[in-house]
Design a protein around this ligand. Sequence first.
Ligand code: CTP
Length: 398
Amino acid sequence: MLTNKRILLIISGGIAAYKSLDLIRRLRERGAQVTPVLTRSAEEFVTPLSVSSLAGSQVYRDLFDLTDEADMGHIQLSRSADLIVVAPATADLMAKMAHGMANDLASTLLLATDTPVLVAPAMNVRMWDHPATQRNLAQLKGDGISFVGPNEGDMACGEFGPGRMAEPMEIVEAVQRATSAGPLVGRRILVTSGPTHEPIDPVRYIANRSSGAQGSAIADALVKLGADVVFVTGPADAARPEGVELIEVETAQEMLTAVQENLAVDAAIFCAAVADWRVASASDRKIKKTKGGLPVLEFAENPDILATVSQMPTGRPPLVVGFAAETDDVIENATAKRIRKGCDWIVANDVSPATGIMGGSENAVTLISNEGSEAWPRMGKTEVAEKLAARLADALGA
Ligand code: CTP
């Protein structure tokens, strides 16, 4: 529920503005008070009258509307909400936000506010993919702004790809997360998960038995505490967590790139079972059986993502957590691994076949930090995740 939550809803000019009418209805059904702001171009798509009727509130339309300024100035308007939602956010408005421009009511409110901001972008796929928009997106994320969507799909302009505004119910869920009082609200955390697949040829690959269950559970637990989670996953069987920024990759090298592009975070948890080696020169054609000869695969070492991030001279996340899958001398090996890789914590687990942990629903872990080691009793992967998320919240002073 969103009982008595005050939402300032900025609607900018895009075809997706019609969905904002439904968004207003759904927010109000859950008890939120919605104060709408329309940009000039938004008025080309939805009328102030329909917006104000649905919101049950005055619509704020222009910076220089003196009546509004006398009634409630733009500074006060920008700060009197629990959350500012921008839906749809056009490429133009995102660019203004990223550059701190304030030449209309919407951009001025966004610059003047000290309230958390949630943005639901909507634009043509080429505009979304354009380096300028992607630059602005990275800047805004670095500034602590949260995003929901865009989704991939058919677009009003006839093209297909990412750029469709998130559905009203997805935005409502993001609003619920952003206004919940979880200790990790406003914190951004990256989680890697799942196995990686390293191609041998176009039809074969090298993989491992990781299901991705522990990584998904960790992401779920962090989301429940209010964190914004960037979830970078290999081809895992486990269900993808809800309410995260999902990045799907296949190989270790792709995972490293995705991680490096998303390091403006408060903490990073490396849960993925990354393949240590890849086939040095994977064939781009299916390798055929040949009489009398077996194929010989030559390996090359994959980048160690955890070590690379832990040892970054600048821009290292303040808290870096690794996992250590061991089959023997678990604590000793994991303690040495923490120091070798340079991470802050290692979550060590015994993955010898007898434990049934790899691919199973339980885990028995030991948390190792520079303060020593702490063995947790064997418990479900969800409980391990919740305990780890709570520890993280403590460590981040949340
Ligand atoms: N890891 C990583 N990149 C790799 C290999 C591992 O980021 N190329 C991360 C894992 O996500 C995990 C930690 O490093 O957090 C340890 O993984 P593990 O498989 O236990 O260790 P390895 O480095 O593979 O060491 P070894 O196989 O020698 O035990």
